[in-house]
Design a protein around this ligand. Structure first.
Ligand code: SF4
Length: 229
């Protein structure tokens, strides 16, 4: 299944735009309860206005909230960014630390965010258990765990550490594009033959192909052997 996922989603990557570890940390905090697309709309102005941790620490709350308002929960997210900036300045000379233990000690930072940063900004393999990842590995019976930390360690046992970050992207891509929470595209899914939950969504190939999402719908359908309409 891991190999098929790699073949199915050769374009899998972190969909948040960033150029530095700090930018990725900020983008990941903003991505709670919203889409990466929405986050990417606000971050160019945000990153230009606040290039360093000290800039977040000293930010004017009203101005910061206005810049991130469209990502939702902007009051809480602004609090996290102000506190993150202050903690980084106080404890780490304004730089993001590079270990899980240090990252999760920072305000607004859980294991999911820390794994995104470790895997994508620092090249340290990490498994990112978001809502898609948890749903799909459950459907695939890779684990019966429902707690994200337990899911992370159970799936970690199944794959080489060096593959963890890319595996996370591929699973999340499959969740966004094929195996949706409601109505997964089972009849147009490359994992259909191996998936114990095949049939959770429509199995008719043409009906299922209509459920595929994203810029590679035609390629995804072809990879699953669904004929073009
Ligand atoms: S067969 Fe259906 S449930 Fe299984 S991975 Fe594909 S879309 Fe998801």
């Amino acid at each position: 299944m891991g190999r098929i996922l790699a073949d199915t989603h050769p374009d899998a990557h972190c969909e948040l735009d960033f150029t530095t570890p700090l930018e990725l940390a900020v983008a990941t905090i903003l991505s709670a309860q919203t889409t990466d697309v929405r986050v990417n709309e606000v971050t160019p102005k945000l990153f230009a206005r606040y290039p360093t941790a000290a800039d977040y620490a000293g930010a004017d709350r009203d101005e910061l909230e206005a810049l991130i308002r469209s990502t939702g929960f902007y009051h809480n997210k602004a609090t996290s960014l102000l506190k993150l900036g202050a903690a980084l300045v106080e404890r780490y000379d304004g730089e993001l630390p590079r270990t899980m233990a240090e990252l999760v000690s920072l305000p607004g930072m859980g294991r999911k965010t820390a794994n995104v940063i470790l895997g994508n900004a620092f090249g340290v393999p990490g498994i990112t258990v978001d809502t898609h990842f948890a749903r799909l590995v459950g459907r695939w019976r890779w684990t019966t765990a429902t707690d994200p930390v337990k899911i992370e360690s159970a799936v970690g046992e199944l794959f080489e550490k060096r593959d963890w970050t890319m595996l996370s992207h591929r699973v999340i891509f499959h969740g966004r594009r094929v195996c949706h929470s409601r109505k997964p595209a089972c009849g147009a899914c490359t994992l259909a033959k191996l998936c114990p939950s095949y049939g959770t969504g429509p199995t008719d190939p043409l009906a299922a192909a209509k459920l595929l999402k994203g810029p590679r719908v035609a390629e995804l359908a072809a990879a699953a052997g669904v004929p073009a309409e």
